[in-house]
Design a protein around this ligand. Structure first.
Ligand SMILES: [Zn+2]
Ligand SMILES: [Zn+2]
Length: 427
């Protein structure tokens, strides 16, 4: 059907504003707003039929009930709703009153169009309010996890601004032993700190088994600087509570909910955290990261480099030790789930590769062993043999008992590529 015939039939239904008229043919002529399309159609129709030109006040439109006059007002309300929270990207969603949806369907039927012809009211509203929000705040629309999601509910006369989380990536070193990575709630009181009316004996009433954690040394500082409501620590795996994390550190992401500030100076944040952690924990390489970085640090396969202090129950000579680590290097190790790991986990044998192994004898009963291996390799068991459950092992190859007395992690590096892929950063 000719667009002027569509316009003529639509105009006969009663007062239809320029935007609602233009939306019927929104798929025509890229580069015009719907209001411009509608105005042009009305003008052309008047000329064709040689009638007097009578504009329609948007407020009188029976289709949108005047809502198409409200783009500016809703944009201002949206900006008010987000308050002083900083954002760079946003998206606008609109809940259309059912009556307007019915009007839209009726107009299309009367104009002889398909029910889904042109563009729905809702998408025009989202776009027109969105453009104005962008102009008012100098920010950009994003459909992929924007910093702020605005929801306009026309029937309820309300606008909601949901401020999405922001993320900081970095690497941490843990320089004191006996610090867990994250808060460790007391199992006796489930973290409540109480047993009935009394303080919990097991944790001294704190609700936690350890006073400190890497999370406690880092996340509250980030939460404070970004002025959020909550902060969560996500690590790329975790070392044992009694193991140090040294060298290049372990990747982590701290997620801050409802931040008021996003563009923080990460160098300064790094100094603030390191001052707060006072030598127990150090962070480096802090950068602003995307939402996807959380999954990246949790799921990306990583190799680990360890340094173990090992004690033998019989004398070991340097040549035998060198020979044993040579045989471990490049070997695939079979490990039955160690008892210490998880009693509930079904026993299974896993295979993990040792990429590199070196050792130095400190005296005839003690050695320092460095192992670089695939993620998931159990190092204490690789050394001790775990009573035959790990094969081969250093103890087995030397035919002595061997125990790890101290274990440090020196590096956690992505297997296929580094964790630090630029696609996961925002700065
Ligand atoms: Zn209208
Ligand atoms: Zn407790």
């Amino acid at each position: 059907m000719d667009v002027l015939d569509v316009a003529a039939r639509a105009a006969e239904t009663g007062p239809v504003c320029d935007a609602c008229l233009g939306r019927l043919v929104a798929d025509r002529s890229f580069g015009l707003s719907n209001a411009e399309r509608g105005s042009a159609l009305r003008t052309a129709l008047t000329l064709r039929d040689d009638e007097d030109y009578e504009p329609v006040e948007t407020a009188d439109c029976w289709v949108c009930e005047g809502r198409c006059t409200e783009f500016d007002a809703w944009a201002e309300r949206a900006v008010d709703a987000v308050g002083d929270a900083e954002f760079e990207t946003y998206n606008v969603g609109t809940r259309t009153p059912p009556l307007i949806e019915e009007n839209e369907a009726l107009l299309r039927e009367d104009a002889g169009l398909d029910a889904d012809a042109g563009e729905p009211f809702k998408s025009e509203f989202n776009r027109e309010v969105g453009k104005r929000v962008g102009r008012l705040t100098d920010t950009e629309v994003s459909f992929d996890r924007p910093d702020v999601q605005f929801t306009i509910d026309l029937a309820e006369d309300a606008v909601d601004a949901k401020v999405n989380s922001t993320f900081v990536y970095g690497r941490y070193r843990k320089l004191d032993r006996d610090i867990p990575q994250t808060e460790w709630p007391c199992r006796e009181c489930d973290g409540s700190g109480r047993q009935g009316a009394d303080p919990c004996d097991h944790c001294g009433g704190s609700g936690y088994l350890y006073d400190d954690s890497v999370e406690e040394y880092t996340a509250p500082v980030v939460e404070d600087v970004m002025d959020g409501t909550e902060a969560t620590f996500h690590g790329a795996g975790r070392e044992d509570v009694d193991a140090l994390m040294l060298g290049t550190g372990r990747p982590f992401v701290i997620e801050v909910e409802e931040p008021h500030r996003r563009r923080v100076d990460t160098d300064r944040l790094q100094s603030d955290i390191n001052a707060f952690a006072d030598g127990a924990v150090e962070v480096e390489g802090l950068r602003l990261a995307t939402y996807d970085m959380v999954e990246r640090v949790k799921e990306h396969d990583a190799s680990k480099r360890y340094r173990a202090q090992v004690a033998f129950d019989a004398d070991v000579d340097a040549d035998a030790l060198a020979d044993a680590v040579d045989r471990l290097e490049g070997e695939t190790i079979e490990q039955y789930t160690p008892n210490r790991v998880d009693h509930r986990r079904a026993g299974l044998t896993r295979e993990r590769d040792v990429y590199e192994a070196t050792a130095e004898l400190d005296d005839s009963r003690h050695a320092t062993v460095e192992i670089r291996g695939a993620g998931g390799l159990y190092i204490k068991e690789l050394i001790s043999g775990d009573q035959g459950r790990t094969e081969p092992s250093l103890a087995g190859l030397l035919d002595v008992d061997a125990d790890v007395t101290a274990l440090d992690v020196l590096a956690v590096e992505g297997e296929s590529e580094p964790f630090e892929d630029e696609a996961f950063f925002r700065d």
